[in-house]
Each structure stands twice: as C-alpha cells, then as structure tokens.
Design a binder for this molecule. Structure first.
Ligand code: C5P
Length: 352
C-alpha cells in the first residue's frame, strides 16, 4: 500500500475515481445528444464509433506500454537497448501465453459498447442513466462469484440503497433536464423503449462480468496494466470489425472510408474521445481500487453533477433530490463502515 503511485501528490486511486465520476456524466449527455439530435438519415454509425474507440485506446495504451518497458542495462543483457529490442520485448509481453484471457472481457465490452448506443438511442438520457446503475448490483454479484469478495449483510443492503438512491436522484435530474434542454426532447428520432431496456439490461450484465473478469486477470498476474489494455483492444478488433463489415456490405457503393465515416461529425468524435478517456480511466480505477468502488464513484457523480447544475444553470433543488442524495450518502457510509475487515475499503470517504 505504501507504493501507491501519485500524480501531483494526489494518489492515483482518488484522482482516477473523481475523474471517472465527471467523465461518466459527460459521456451519457454527449452520446445521447449525438444520437438523437439528428434525424436517422443523418445519423453516424455506432459500429464505426466502437471501432475507433478500440483503435485509439489500443494505440494510446501501446505508447504508454512502450514507454514503460524496463529492459535490463546493456552490460547485463550483453547488448545495446535498441529500438528493435524494445519492440521485441513489448511484442513478447503482448503476445504472451496467457493473452487469450483478455478475449473474454474484450468480446463482452464490444457487445456492451454497441448495446450502449442502442440503449441511449431508444431511451431518454435520464432513464438510461437510472437503468444503467443496475450494473452496481451485477458488479457486486460477479465480484462475489469470481473474485470471492466477501460482502457483509450491511454492505449488500448498502448496495441496494445505492441503486435506489441513484434512481431517485436521477428521476429528479431527468425531470429538470427535460424542461431545460428542449433540443434533446424535441427530436423526431423515434425511440423504442422495450428495445432500449433490453439493451441496457444486457449491458449491465456484460459490464459487471467484463469488469470483474478484467480485475481478476489484472490482479492475479504480474503483467503491466497497459500491456493488458493493448491485449484487450487487440481482441476487441475482431468483434468490433464484424458490424463494420456488415455496414459496408449493406451499402457498398461509396467505398470503405466514406461509408464508415458518413455523418461522422464533431459530436461523434466528441463521443468517441470521451469514451476513449473513460476506457483508460476505467482501467486505472480497476487497478488501483476495484469495480464495486467504481460504482460508488459514478453514483456520487450524479449528485455532484446535479449540484453543479444548480450552481451553473440555476436549477432548483427539490425534496426528491435531497432524499435521493441522502440515500446515496448513507449507502456509501454503510458500505464503508465496517470495523476490522482487512479487505474493507475504507479510504473512500476517509473513514475508519
Ligand atoms: O460502464 P463500465 O464501467 O462497465 O464501462 C467500462 C468501459 O470501459 C467500457 O466502454 C470498456 O470498453 C472500457 N474499458 C476499457 N479498458 C479496460 C476496461 C474497460 O476500455 N481495461
């Protein structure tokens, strides 16, 4: 615990959780807006967005992994540390014997990232956010099953409260947003709520399973996080390419690039950028804390972003919001307040 890395003196653990909280709120809004603000005939392809996300994340991770290779000094290795030897070393790490393990979360994340677009295009932004919080429960379930995490009864109750509290805050936040943001509501894009709910429920399952599986691989082996990220992106390429091929095959007259990037404007690139940033942050959060705490951080972000809206846009704080936030805070306290458990994660609010 004494070797926890820091940035500007702040432990990465805290920094990554807080940043992820902000990123989460931003992503839902920008993604929803990018999908529903244009008529379907001028919509961009989610398949291209998912593919771009993986390519960019993989490339950034590769560069970081490359910069982190520690080769033995030349006198020990008996050779000079050339560019080639560094590349060889990294390639060896990436195509290691156990790299196949990343194929499982990779496929699950690609499915999830595609489903997220389906859900967000068929549900209101707030409804989507509420339903997507159910991943808190699926994550806890898979953490217990796969990581053998032991949760006490109060912790299970805390998780349930968290999900309820988030729902209450969200319903409130959504109601305000509907009034404020007429553009989002006035679109002519037709939504299919049933399709949206099935998509979001499945995404909650894949989110929990993929996140916990990634955590298991990361924490049970020595391999560097960034090498694991490159492996994840490489295994994602195949499933991410499949819908792209389908897209091209169904409308091949314009060539590859124009077909894939049709209507791929600023909002689409904005969505991809926030997603890439979020993916890299998620990896850091999973490494330096865990998936369950990730759920708490993102749920607290809902309270924070609503308070920011009050300050910036003159939103009214209502009774429902206060109740919802209170439940979230009590749940966070309840989850962290358990004496004498070595695996208790008490740093979240700095309480013993
Ligand atoms: O909402 P949830 O936390 O399940 O979303 C995880 C997101 O982070 C997914 O979009 C996934 O592709 C991304 N991710 C990543 N690299 C990791 C872990 C997750 O890009 N190592």
């Amino acid at each position: 615990a004494s070797t926890v890395p820091t940035l500007w003196g702040i432990p990465l653990k805290y920094l990554s959780l807080v940043t992820l909280a902000v990123q989460n709120s931003l992503l839902t809004l920008i993604m929803h807006y990018s999908r529903v603000s244009t008529p379907p005939s001028r919509a961009y392809s989610p398949a291209t967005a998912v593919l771009m996300n993986e390519i960019l994340k993989g490339s950034i991770s590769f560069i970081i992994a490359f910069s982190r290779i520690d080769l033995p000094p030349p006198e020990v290795a008996g050779q000079t540390t050339t560019l080639m030897s560094r590349i060889k070393r990294l390639a060896g790490d990436i195509f290691s014997q156990d790299c196949w393990k990343l194929s499982i979360p990779a496929i699950l994340y690609v499915i999830q990232n595609n489903l997220q677009f389906v859900a967000v295009s068929n549900l209101q932004a707030a409804t989507f956010q509420v339903s997507y919080q159910m991943k808190i429960l699926t994550t806890a379930g898979f953490s217990v099953l796969l990581l053998r995490k032991k949760l006490t009864s109060p912790q299970w109750v805390a998780l349930l409260f968290l999900a309820i509290g988030v729902g209450v805050v969200q319903i409130q936040a959504g109601a305000v947003r509907v009034v404020q943001d007429g553009v989002v509501q006035d679109d002519t894009h037709t939504m299919n709520a049933m399709k949206g709910f099935i998509a979001v429920a499945t995404a909650c399952l894949t989110s929990g399973l993929a996140g916990v599986y990634f955590e298991m691989v990361l924490k049970n082996t020595q391999t560097d996080l960034w090498v694991r990220n490159v492996q994840l992106s490489l295994f994602s390429l195949l499933p991410a390419l499949a819908p792209v091929f389908y897209l091209y095959a169904s409308d091949p007259q314009d060539g590859w690039i124009p077909t894939l990037f049709r209507n791929f404007g600023g909002w689409a690139w904005g969505t991809v950028s926030v997603q890439v940033f979020g993916g890299l942050l998620t990896a850091l959060v999973i490494k330096y804390s865990d998936n369950i705490l990730k759920g708490f951080a993102t749920s607290l972000s809902i309270v924070i972003s609503f308070l920011a809206s009050v300050a910036l846009f003159d939103f009214q704080i209502t009774f429902t919001f206060i109740i919802g936030s209170f439940i979230v805070l009590v749940a966070t306290w309840l989850y962290n307040h358990q004496p004498k458990r070595p695996e208790s994660i008490s740093w979240a609010l700095g309480w013993p």
